[in-house]
Design a protein around this ligand. Structure first.
Ligand code: FAD
Length: 443
């Protein structure tokens, strides 16, 4: 069998290589460290954890990332096996001894008879003789490769900075205060004229909100991020607030073209708009609310928005250096580039977010590339599983226009029966996922 080439030996690339080799497919893994470094990695180990040493909650019954852990274990994940083997006490979270974990992944990959590691940067599109390639080069993909991918996919298809606005679950929005309406009732393409959720402020509420944004505790950009000019056009919400008390009222919070049906006699003083974020219509993002506020501060301050007092957040906002594709637009359902199908993408570069999600997409890319090489049919996991929910989101379920990195969460799953509420609802998602995953694995 001809080898599959995997570029990048991080969380996703290591998992993809393992899945391929476990199915008898030879792999050449190209990792540029230590020949060329990234701004965040410190070692030459595969699957180095660049920041925290946690894979978050390990609760497979009530938590979406815990469910993803369990699904990956059942799929024979190397990353989960090494994480379990090097676990440190962390309450309900799965946290690891970072060196023990990365050493174990490095050892498993480098001693596998079907895997060859080449320590080199792939500094452009892979040569044509590499007929099956998985690009798993992460949020800090080297500039030469990023530029080549950008040239292949088009200017708008690769971002170098994320500008993440918080996302709320629709079911947690108080629609006795908020309402559906597009500005001037204009339907956008495919819209109805009621495409946005609007949250209106009175003057005193607005002033208090601006003060909270300015006073809220923020994270700094890292030194190496400050040199990246790509976020100029997309300022954090708190920076806009600092420019003047009315800046937001004339910007993303302008109240024009909107009538609050709960108080039609009063013109709103300012309005936050929420836009649908996924095809299922379960998630809405706060338009223009990219932010460097600390997560706890975001939850506190954004619950001051009338109608969001009890909001549950599927994702909180952020801004980081992060190279990622507009995957819903340019990848097919098996993670292949539509314009160059010998190239597949995996990991954070596809716009999933987080160590576990990156490894999960690596797992799928490895399985898909192996099936292709072995002449088997590619079978995607059911959309009701955590693996299927992430895959579905990045390859078509997310809105391409507003695509930003996303963690796994229950908002990405097809909803379960509306009558099931609270903790039971989460259990219904995870039970359905496990049953469907087992059926898929048997198939
Ligand atoms: P990586 O693990 O980064 O692996 C990519 C690999 O590709 C690297 O080893 C790199 O050297 C190599 N590479 C790049 N370009 C080339 C090339 N041209 N040729 C050959 N090799 C190349 N997620 C969390 O869940 N928790 C966190 O605490 C967290 N903190 C983060 C902190 C920072 C500073 C950053 C940048 C990201 C963080 N993330 C975090 C997000 C993300 O989950 C991780 O970056 C994760 O490692 C992504 O996995 P990956 O396999 O896609 O990329």
């Amino acid at each position: 069998l001809r080898p599959v080439h995997v570029i990048g030996g991080g969380l996703a690339g290591s998992e993809a290589a393992w899945q391929l080799a476990s199915r008898g497919v030879p792999v050449v893994l190209h990792e540029m460290r230590p020949v060329r470094k990234t701004e965040a990695h410190d070692t030459d180990k595969l699957a180095e954890l660049v920041c925290s040493n946690s894979f978050r909650s390990d609760d497979a019954e009530y938590n979406a990332v815990g469910l993803l852990h369990e699904e990956m274990r059942r799929c024979g994940s190397l990353i989960l096996r090494c994480a379990d083997a090097h676990k440190v006490p962390a309450g309900g979270a799965l946290a690891m001894d970072r060196d023990g974990f990365a050493d174990a992944v490095t050892e498993a990959i480098s001693t596998h008879p079907l895997i060859t590691i080449q320590r080199e940067e792939v500094a452009g599109l892979p040569p044509e003789e590499w007929d099956s390639v998985i690009v798993a080069t992460g949020p800090l993909t080297s500039p030469a490769l990023a530029e080549a991918v950008r040239a292949q996919t088009g200017e708008e298809s690769l971002a170098f900075f994320d500008a993440i606005a918080p996302i709320v679950y629709l079911e947690s929005v108080d629609l006795s205060k908020a309402w559906f309406q597009s500005r001037y009732d204009k339907p956008g393409p495919g819209g109805t004229g009621k495409d946005y959720i609007n949250c209106a402020f009175e003057k005193d509420e607005y002033r208090a909100f601006i003060a909270a944004l300015i006073e809220g505790e923020k994270l700094d950009f890292k030194e190496w991020e400050k040199n990246t000019p790509y976020f100029e056009g997309c300022l954090p919400i708190e920076v806009m607030a600092e420019r003047g008390v009315d800046t937001l009222r004339y910007g993303p919070m302008k109240p024009v073209g909107l009538t609050n049906p709960h108080r039609p006699e009063r013109r709103p003083y300012a309005v936050v708009q929420l836009r649908q974020d996924n095809a299922l219509g379960t998630l809405y993002n706060l338009v223009g609310f990219q932010t460097k506020l600390r997560h706890a501060e975001q939850a506190r301050i954004f619950r001051m928005i009338p109608g969001l007092e009890n909001a549950e957040f599927a994702r909180l906002g952020g801004m980081h250096r992060n190279t990622f594709l507009n995957s819903p637009r340019i990848l097919d359902g098996a993670l292949r580039l539509k314009s160059l199908p010998r190239m597949r993408f995996a990991g954070q570069v596809t716009g999933c977010e987080g160590y576990v999600e990156s490894a999960a997409v690596g797992l799928l890319a490895g399985r898909f590339a192996a099936a292709e090489r072995l002449g088997h049919e590619i079978s995607a996991p059911p959309v009701t599983t955590a693996l299927g929910a992430i895959l579905g989101h990045i390859t078509g379920g997310a809105e391409a226009e507003t695509y930003q990195p996303m963690n796994v969460n229950f908002g990405l799953f097809p909803p379960v029966d509306d009558k099931i509420r609270g903790r039971d609802r989460k259990l219904a998602y995870t039970r359905r996922a496990m049953a469907d995953l087992d059926g898929w694995l048997k198939g």
